[in-house]
Ligand binder design. Structure first.
Ligand SMILES: [Zn+2]
Length: 463
């Protein structure tokens, strides 16, 4: 056995840009190729040259479809990567939706910036375009869960359901005799459709790379507060805007609304899903139920055999731009669910610009808001947010509901990781610095593990 290394190319001291390179004498395997989002200084890193020549990478393993794990793939393909992108069936399907949308948004934003002249670039360029995204999709190679798939002469990967979003997985990667566990984004075991992360986790692991998004938090907001927030918003006479990640969060919110309306906890008001990407993802979730996908909770397919879990009763799916614009003048209190989840782009930005100035409206934040995102500014109570070069006053009520988190918290991560038994090296990634440090400290004090929070571009030799 020769030397094996792991390089941390992203998601260090931040939750975005997941990219990890495991290399042996014979193979270079990239785990995730995520886009940096949020802070401008982070987003700039998407433009840095990739530290490894893409044509020399032997395989890419993709843990799930979210942009901060998949969004950099088209650049690698454009710049010469020609091997397989190995992942699960529904990650391949959802990644197609995510990457096409990402390409379209980038081309649009670049055009918009050019017209308005507020870009700092001479001629604003998109990071990649639709052609790059389409080409990327040709390299996807879906494989089943819980099967060992050979990647190269000395490497194998196995995907296990992680309960985070449809298709999501934590993975075991074996390279030249060393075994890695990448948790990627771990679910909490409370998803209304997905089975919880496989538990116990595999043992005999040499190296653990764990996320820490909520490493310093314990979730506890009760679900009933969601109904109270909606009811008080309706009483104020305004409408409700819920920025939600197009993939999965929209589905979870719709199911929660379905439940609240069915139990008459809230009135049956109109609900609009206004995000082309969310609607495409919704179709795949429906497809997964129809085909009883392996990552679903047992009994889900049967339970929803003849009704739609995502239609609370008064659901409209806004597919065209005109339909979207019609929501600017709502007559009755309504709920609009729109992407992106951190309000960094997508139709939700237009709805915010339209709804934030009116104190009667309510914005409900249901997901993690990364530093530097508009969502974070709202969460922090900023009185103005910048959109398309203009400052918009924040008069609407802003509320945060934590119970929809699809990330495990510190307690849940430690309890699960404890069962892997004595890894040789442990790395904590995918968290903002405080969260990362908190999980490092807990793994050290509670499990006695020597744990490192790597810096970006740090390379470690596997012991
Ligand atoms: Zn994710």
């Amino acid at each position: 056995m020769g030397k094996v290394t792991i390089a941390f190319l992203g998601a260090t001291e931040t939750v975005t840009g997941s990219r990890f390179l495991v290399a042996s004498e014979k193979s270079k395997i990239l785990v995730d190729a995520g886009m940096f989002q949020g802070l401008r200084e982070d987003r700039r890193k998407n433009w840095d040259p990739f530290p490894v020549e893409p044509s020399t990478i032997d395989a890419i393993v993709l843990t799930h479809a979210h942009l901060d794990h998949s969004g950099y793939l088209p650049l690698l393909v454009r710049d010469g990567f020609k091997k397989k992108i190995v992942t699960t069936n529904y990650t391949a399907k959802l990644a197609a939706v995510v990457l096409r949308d990402s390409a379209r948004l980038q081309v649009e934003d670049a055009r918009f910036a050019a017209e308005k002249g507020f870009s700092k670039h001479e001629k604003p360029l998109p990071l990649y375009n639709s052609e790059d995204a389409e080409k990327t999709l040709l390299y996807f190679a879906p494989v089943p869960f819980r099967e060992r798939t050979q990647l190269t002469s000395d490497s194998w990967v196995s995907f296990y359901p992680s309960g985070h979003i449809l298709g999501s997985a934590f993975i075991v990667l074996e390279v030249d005799g060393k075994t890695f566990l990448f948790t990627s984004d771990m679910g909490r075991g409370n998803h209304p459709l997905l089975s919880p992360p496989d538990n116990p986790p595999p043992t005999g692991i040499d190296v653990i790379v764990t996320e820490s998004t909520y490493g310093n938090r314990i979730h506890e907001t009760p679900r009933h507060s969601f109904a109270e927030i909606i009811n008080s918003a309706i009483k104020r006479g305004g409408s409700i805007l819920i920025p939600a990640f197009a993939v999965d969060r929209t589905e979870v919110i719709l199911m929660a609304l379905h439940d609240l309306i069915e139990t008459e906890a809230i009135p049956n008001i109109p609900i609009y899903v206004d995000s082309p990407m969310a609607l495409k993802a919704l179709d795949y979730y429906r497809d997964a139920i129809r085909t009883n996908a392996p990552e679903l909770l047992a009994g889900i397919a049967k339970q929803w055999e003849s009704s739609d879990p995502f239609d609370p009763g008064n659901l409209s799916e806004m597919r065209t731009v005109d339909e979207s614009k019609s929501l600017n003048n709502l007559e009755y209190s309504s709920i609009i669910i729109s992407a992106s989840g951190m309000a960094t782009g997508g139709r939700v930005v237009h709805h915010l610009a339209n709804m934030l100035p009116d104190p009667k409206n309510t914005v409900i934040l249901v997901g993690f808001q990364a530093a530097g995102s508009r969502g974070r500014s709202l969460e922090e109570g900023k009185k103005e947010v910048k959109m398309h070069g203009k400052w918009i006053p924040v008069n609407a009520k802003i509320v945060k509901v934590e119970s929809f988190s699809v990330h495990a918290d510190g307690d849940e991560m430690v309890a699960w990781l404890r069962k892997t038994k004595d890894p040789k090296q442990v790395f904590v990634v995918h968290g903002e610095p405080d969260a990362q440090a908190a999980l490092v400290e807990r793994l050290h004090s509670e499990l006695g593990w020597k744990t490192v929070a790597p810096k970006r571009m740090q390379v470690f030799e596997v012991l």
